[in-house]
Design a protein. Structure first.
Length: 553
């Protein structure tokens, strides 16, 4: 019986994969072509991350180029595979960058021996660090969340995505949907590169029955484009009048964020232009008028400003400005400004040199909000990584996750107005029963005294130490001994946050490779990645009472 089951399994596998030898046409020491067969849906491409990029032109049966992708094809070992959907493609014209002679003959590269055709691509998780309750791509690279909106009971999340490797390249919009902000279903690619360029970050709005996407076309220059969906955001048709906006005065001109301004009765668009934000208005979403710019002399200017958002909470307007580098502990981070906006100009209420950070960890970037969230909520997600080491973190099947969903509010401390950050109410819905010890995916609630220390650890001696100092009004997290910190000199660190007064309770979300800490009242948030070789299963608390909950997935 066992032999028969094994035979059935092998037969099933053979129906999915064709093991025919792939034979390239070698044209030089860095140039080859590959004629494609159409017996299977995919050609599985072997990737070696330490190699240089192979630029691949995809040609159809009439020798017209229909696509261009960059893949780190394997030279002497295979790290993982990525699927290329054959479709109507007939020929791959492949050119390696640099001098290939030191790597041996092109015809002997491992990629030719290990390329296979298949009708399926296995996305079963192979990573021990993949989070249990955070959004991740099934495979490949992910960075900024894009175009998020809520419609008909469904949360839509688009994101910067490389389907041809787990490092940054080939920017498209990936797409996932959720009914509860916790459990996400992968959808087909939403927007792919065209001759205007790769698809960089942007936003979506709902306009009647249509979903309208705005994004940066990143070619020789960065321009702004639009696409329209008539099926709820599943598929998009690009606008024939693209690009909508272009400029010659600055190289970094990107990340359009559009919203309906009900007070001014216009559509507003805000985008990043170097180290300032530019604001536009429109009546029809197609013709945009420049209104003003904001940023000169305000906040942190240690890096490029990116991924803006502009919205109203209560009677205050908040302008989110993500910056890289320049974060409080190096690399990328999210700063924000509070003030007033009349549909034309944003006026910051703080002094120019005041800098406000939304999160004081190392791994919280590209924060943007969902358009049209229910109950007038302002729900945000962030990219949970840092550009200092995002390409090197110890996963291969995929790289990067998003933060848990967070709701924003407003609070006063002293003479300043700040944005509060709390876990979205959906996180309470997945809170399970109380447990005695931490697990790899759990929520830890700590009732604090004026001086408190919390240490998460495992039997390997790996630990994360968190301290609250009520006198100094500060909270810190030390991950220098948290596990694998060897992949980047910038990774081991201690992060410190102001608490804007005393805090009484922390909510700590642990999920395999991340720790997110929130003051229960929203005055402090801190997000840090960790890569313990085995899960933290011990906790010691001095100056506080701890309660641990499982997180249901």
């Amino acid at each position: 019986m066992k032999k028969r089951c094994l035979f059935v399994l092998i037969t099933a596998l053979l129906t999915c994969v064709t093991f025919a030898q792939v034979k390239p046409i070698v044209l030089g020491d860095r140039h080859a072509m590959l004629k494609l067969t159409h017996s299977s849906r995919y050609l599985l491409l072997p990737v070696q991350e330490t190699e240089d990029i192979a630029a691949i032109a995809v040609l159809d049966g009439h020798n017209n180029m229909v696509q261009r992708i960059n893949v780190k094809l394997a030279i002497d070992r295979v790290d993982y595979y990525v699927p290329f959907e054959v479709g109507g493609a007939c020929l791959l014209d492949i050119e390696w960058q640099g001098d290939r002679r030191q790597k041996g003959a092109v015809g002997d590269f491992v990629c030719w021996k290990d390329m296979t055709y298949s009708n399926e691509f296995d996305t079963t998780n192979r990573e021990k660090f993949r989070p249990a309750y955070h959004h991740t791509p099934l495979y490949g690279w992910m960075n900024d969340p894009n175009g998020m909106f809520y419609k008909d009971g469904v949360w839509h999340l688009y994101y910067q995505y490389n389907p041809y490797g787990s490092q940054w390249e080939n920017m498209t919009w990936g797409h996932s949907t959720s009914k509860d902000l916790i459990h996400w279903e992968a959808q087909p690619l939403a927007l792919e590169a065209d001759w205007l360029g790769s698809i960089f970050s942007g936003s979506c709005v709902t306009n009647g029955n249509e979903v309208v996407a705005f994004y940066t076309s990143a070619g020789h220059h960065q321009t702004q484009s639009m696409a329209v969906s008539k099926d709820g955001g599943r598929t998009f048709e690009k606008y024939s009048g693209n690009p909508l906006l272009a400029t010659s005065d600055i190289a970094d001109f990107r990340d359009p964020n559009v919203f309906w301004n009900d007070e001014a009765k216009v559509w507003n668009l805000i985008l990043a232009a170097g180290q300032e934000m530019r604001i536009y208005s429109s009546k029809n979403l197609k013709d945009w008028t420049f209104e003003s710019s904001f940023g000169k002399g305000y906040g942190n200017h240690s890096g490029v400003w990116e991924c803006p958002d502009l919205f109203k909470i209560d009677d205050k307007w908040v302008l989110i400005c993500n910056i890289n580098p320049g974060g409080p502990f190096g690399g990328s981070a999210t700063q924000y400004f509070v003030g007033n906006f009349d549909g034309k100009r944003f006026i910051c209420e703080s002094m120019p040199k005041v800098t406000k950070w939304m999160d004081y960890g190392k791994d919280h970037y590209a924060t943007v909000s969902f358009y049209n969230a229910p109950d007038n909520r302002r729900v945000v997600l962030a990219w949970m990584s840092n550009w200092q080491y995002a390409n090197q973190v110890p996963t291969k099947q995929y790289r990067s996750a998003n933060s848990i969903p967070r709701d924003l509010g407003i609070f006063q401390f002293g003479e300043e107005t700040y944005v509060s950050v709390v876990p979205s109410k959906e996180m309470l819905a997945v809170r399970g029963q109380k447990i005695k010890k931490p697990t790899e995916s759990c929520e830890i609630v700590v009732d604090l005294k004026n001086q408190s220390e919390i240490v998460l650890s495992n039997a390997k001696g790996e630990e994360v130490t968190m301290r609250y100092d009520g006198q100094k009004q500060s909270f810190s997290m030390d991950r220098t001994k948290s596990g694998d910190v060897s992949f980047s000199e910038a990774f081991p660190c201690e992060t410190v946050a102001p608490t804007y007064g005393s805090i009484r309770q922390l909510r700590i979300f642990v999920d395999r490779c991340s720790i997110e800490v929130f003051d229960a009242e929203g005055k402090m948030a801190m997000t840090n990645l960790v890569f313990p070789t085995e899960p933290y299963n011990m906790i010691k608390v001095k100056g506080g009472k701890v309660t641990i909950f499982e997180v249901k997935n």
